[in-house]
Design a protein. Sequence first.
Length: 184
Amino acid sequence: MKMQEKRDVRSFYKNKRDAMPHLLAEQLSLKISQIVLASQWYQDAGLVFFYYPLGKEVSLLPVMHDALRRNKRAAFPKTAGDQMEFYEVTSLSQLKEGCFHVMEPEAVQENLVCEQPDICFVPGTVFDKKGGRLGYGRGYYDRYFAGRHTAKLVGCAYAYQIVEELCIDEWDVRMDMVVSEEGY
């Protein structure tokens, strides 16, 4: 897929998401969180990589709270330059606004997570039914997971953000599953 085509597809789905009423985004996010909380793959996970929702991205805040309450290990990404690393937190109060207005953990060396998670929740603008993903075009998740193997990469999307098939590049990392309000 040409870069301009990718930009156009990203823009279309991002604008569609941004146009959603806030209440609808909250309701659908809650339904998605309930699906995740009921899943065996989440129940069995010990180390979970999250993202903090920006704007009307799917919010997994109920799942984040559950993970922390149940003493699961929770980590969030922090970007520096063109790299991204995950840092463990024990409270959402440890997150501060960082790059791109995204809530990020403080980069404290002892909180850097070097092992692979059981689950990594991944945001995106559009996904396909084969696990293809278009993010925001900066490649952070693709670079981070290139050559790394994690138990589950879980894309988080509203049902309308899931299409039959995307033309993705060989460096685009595929999701193991995509969860929406309709299931996974």
